[in-house]
Design a protein around this ligand. Structure first.
Ligand SMILES: CN1CCCC[C@@H]1Cn1ccc2ccc(-c3n[nH]c(N)c3C#N)cc21
Length: 250
């Protein structure tokens, strides 16, 4: 998979050099190119924004730098095979970024991210490129950030970990929250490791029992309990067996 990111804060994307994404790049699973939008400005001040038509607060990012940047990125000649690039536009007014959308994006060969700042990008930019490639406007949550770069880090990590060969078996995404299967749409339950006692706190006996069936049942019950407490909206969606009300209150 190739990722291109066009931004006025290229240094914000440094975390793409470390940890899981960094390893995926080192293993050749991910090819990341970060571009400074200002290299497509030609005035003394490297201007990327201007006042909004119709008035209102803040500034809007101008069409020309984005258009020149995206034309050059698309012309990079990367052979994306049958499925070409898609534009991923972080915005608070986008569709919710979910595990399902992460899976969908992980199947694409080329993602081009356009994290904006100020009040966003002139609408004509996405209108223009939507005539040529799929455009995904995505939001990473119901809160307002100052720009889209943090969303690029979130989406990239969620997508990269789904790529073949990125996660080892021990870190498999098979049992992820929101993954498919019996634990689908359930939050993870609590986890424990050595030492067996810490500040007077021990380990649930079932985890020391060696009885895999009981352990699996306990983990599912704990996942249901945590989901019912923290995300009751998900509880109706899960495939887990019936979970009666009294347990939800414990
Ligand atoms: C605050 N300021 C005026 C109101 C409109 C947004 C603007 C700031 N801003 C500019 C570009 C940009 C991109 C993404 C996000 C963003 N916020 N919350 C999310 N879940 C986001 C995503 N994904 C915010 C952005």
């Amino acid at each position: 998979m190739r990722l291109d990111v066009v931004t006025i804060f290229p240094e914000y994307l440094e975390p793409l050099n470390v940890s899981l994404v960094g390893k995926a790049r080192a293993r050749g699973r991910l090819d990341v190119h970060v571009h400074d939008l200002r290299q497509w400005t030609y005035d003394r001040h490297n201007t990327v924004d201007d006042t909004p038509y119709g008035g209102g607060p803040g500034m809007v990012m101008k069409t020309e730098p984005w258009g020149d940047a995206l034309d050059d990125v698309l012309a990079s000649g990367y052979d994306a095979g049958a499925h070409g690039p898609v534009l991923v536009v972080p915005t608070p007014s986008g569709r919710p970024f979910t595990q399902q959308l992460a899976v969908e994006l992980s199947r694409r060969p080329w993602l081009i991210f356009t994290p904006a700042r100020y009040e966003g990008i002139d609408r004509r930019v996405t209108d223009e490129y939507a005539t040529r490639i799929p455009v995904y406007e995505v939001s990473i949550g119901d809160y307002v950030l100052a720009g889209g770069e943090a969303a690029v880090l979130v989406v990239t990590e969620a997508v990269a970990r789904l790529l073949p060969g990125v996660l080892g078996n021990a870190e498999s995404h098979r049992d992820d929250s929101f993954a498919s299967g019996a634990m689908a749409n359930l939050l993870e339950g609590p986890v424990y490791t050595k030492p067996p006692e810490w500040r007077g706190r021990g380990i649930p006996d079932v985890l020391l029992s060696g009885h895999h069936g009981k352990i699996a049942r306990w983990r599912k019950d704990e996942a249901l309990r945590r989901t019912a407490r923290n995300r009751p909206d998900l509880i109706e969606r899960c495939e887990a067996s019936a979970f009666d009300k009294k347990d939800r209150e414990t």
